[in-house]
Design a protein around this ligand. Structure first.
Ligand SMILES: C[S@@+](CC[C@H](N)C(=O)[O-])C[C@H]1O[C@@H](n2cnc3c(N)ncnc32)[C@H](O)[C@@H]1O
Length: 441
């Protein structure tokens, strides 16, 4: 008997291939270069601040304009997307003696076919942490809201027998830093908005809610995400966003948050922000420990529970996708992201991560697999990269190599304990990332 379990592939981020690719911004040598072909990109103060962040990390002198924005954003917002490299070996002795964190060995520049990308400025060793990144904005999954810190998403210690207390913070530091959104958020009744997200299974509007509260409190400029690539939205998608926008706006209006603070909150702002979140948000899964490769990370993620939340970062948003990536992003304790080299990377090489959420596929597989199976993964990928997805399947039993012979694109690659690595190869170029289904028999 053959059964087909159709399931959507879940991505660490949803990708989009649009006109943005012809618009580029290169940040190098301390200067901001804009290329405008199809349309103009507004260079917001935050973009300059981001540039400043890179510039500072390149140990360059700030221009007067940059210094002005540095002063403006050097508290909350500036720190929000600061990145540091904490384990890459410093290139010389003096640098290691300096009290400043060493600069990340990367730069953002134009790629040939994938818009902007991240490139190594020097050799990076396998297993090195390239840099860390704090989220610009993050929000817990609604299913995890009582079990993780409302600010950093760290798992909270649960006292056996105690009832969930609603949103709470893991430490004084998080309570203090949450003021940038929580003081505003507390004033409003979010029941209808949260219900809308819960019943419709939406997670990104929650990031917009948090960002809106940050903007109202003055902690972030309304255009903080402007530098990131937006998804192209259809009229139908925009119409669907209307309800979320109205609920968000109503909650704030009823809380007497007047137009002097919330004039930015237009339908246009709401859809623009969601369009950027769709392309750039990361699903956060905490995996305590250090994982050298994708395989060990996937294995660790199976043992971890579902995603603790979602977040948007600045630098990590410039990493392009590769099915055979040289870099991966991990979350160890909280929403702070670590970008780690999966293998040795040469100076000038582009750093790419895999957008496909291996652990989500594996969890779905584990859920549907009950008996002997042949697992056929059909992954449609529209990209110019080589599409090879390696998936670790924890099925708890062995399957013979012969079983896969009908499926030349899918083969068992490696056994590890009671786990199996399935490799999928595709030479086709398709329109979207979609997992068509598991074929089981
Ligand atoms: C998170 S952004 C990465 C940074 C982006 N290149 C930029 O300029 O902002 C994801 C987008 O980058 C492009 N992209 C990422 N990986 C790609 C790949 N392997 N091939 C072609 N385009 C890619 C797609 O347009 C995708 O929607």
């Amino acid at each position: 008997m053959s059964q087909n379990h159709g399931t959507e592939i879940r991505l660490k981020r949803v990708t989009w291939f649009g006109p943005w690719e012809s618009t580029a911004m290169a940040l190098s040598n301390g200067a901001i270069y804009m290329k405008r072909r199809l349309f103009t990109v507004k260079l917001s103060p935050m973009a300059i601040s981001f540039h400043l962040c890179l510039q500072r990390s390149n140990n360059m002198r700030m221009s007067p304009v940059a210094s002005r924005f540095g002063a403006l954003y050097n508290s909350n917002a500036f720190v929000l997307f600061s990145s540091t490299a904490d384990t890459v070996t410093p290139p010389n002795k003096n640098e290691s003696l300096s009290s400043e964190p060493s600069p990340p060995p990367i730069r953002v520049a134009l790629t040939e076919s994938a818009g902007r990308g991240v490139f190594a400025t020097r050799r990076i060793g396998a297993g090195d942490t390239i840099h860390t990144a704090k989220p610009i904005v993050s929000y817990p999954s609604l299913s995890a809201i009582n079990t993780v810190c409302y600010s950093c998403l760290k798992k909270m210690k649960t006292v056996p027998g105690s009832q969930p207390q609603g949103s709470s913070f893991c430490c004084e530091n998080c309570r203090e830093s949450s003021k940038v959104f929580y003081d505003v958020e507390k004033k409003a009744d979010w029941l209808a908005f949260d219900d809308y997200c819960r019943t419709q299974g939406l997670k990104y509007p929650l990031l917009v809610k948090r960002l809106a509260c940050m903007v109202i409190s003055g902690a972030a400029p309304a255009g903080i995400l402007d530098i990131l690539q937006p998804a192209s939205l259809t009229q139908e998608m925009i119409l669907k966003m209307e309800e979320g926008f109205q609920l968000l706006r109503n909650a704030l209006v009823r809380a007497n948050i007047g137009d002097e603070h919330a004039s930015f909150l237009t339908k246009q702002w709401y859809t623009d922000v969601l369009a950027r979140i769709r392309i750039n948000a990361f699903r956060i899964e905490l995996a305590a420990g250090v994982y050298e490769d994708l395989l060990s990370l996937a294995s660790a993620s199976i043992e971890a529970e579902a995603a603790v939340g979602n977040a948007i970062y600045m630098l990590p948003s410039f990493y392009n996708h590769d099915c055979d990536p040289n870099t991966h992003i991990v979350w160890i304790e909280n929403a702070d992201a670590k970008l780690k080299a999966l293998r040795d990377i040469d100076e000038g090489e582009e750093l790419r991560i895999c957008y496909i959420d291996v652990s989500a596929i594996v969890r779905d597989a584990c859920r549907v697999i009950k008996g002997p199976i042949i697992l056929t993964l059909k992954i449609k990928l529209k990209s110019l990269c080589v599409c090879t997805a390696s998936i670790l399947v924890n099925v708890g039993r062995w399957f013979s190599m012969a079983q896969t012979s009908n499926y030349p694109n899918c083969r068992w690659k490696q056994r590890r304990g009671n786990r199996m690595l399935v490799e999928y190869r595709s030479s086709n170029l398709h329109v979207n990332y979609t997992l068509l289904g598991w074929k089981i028999r």
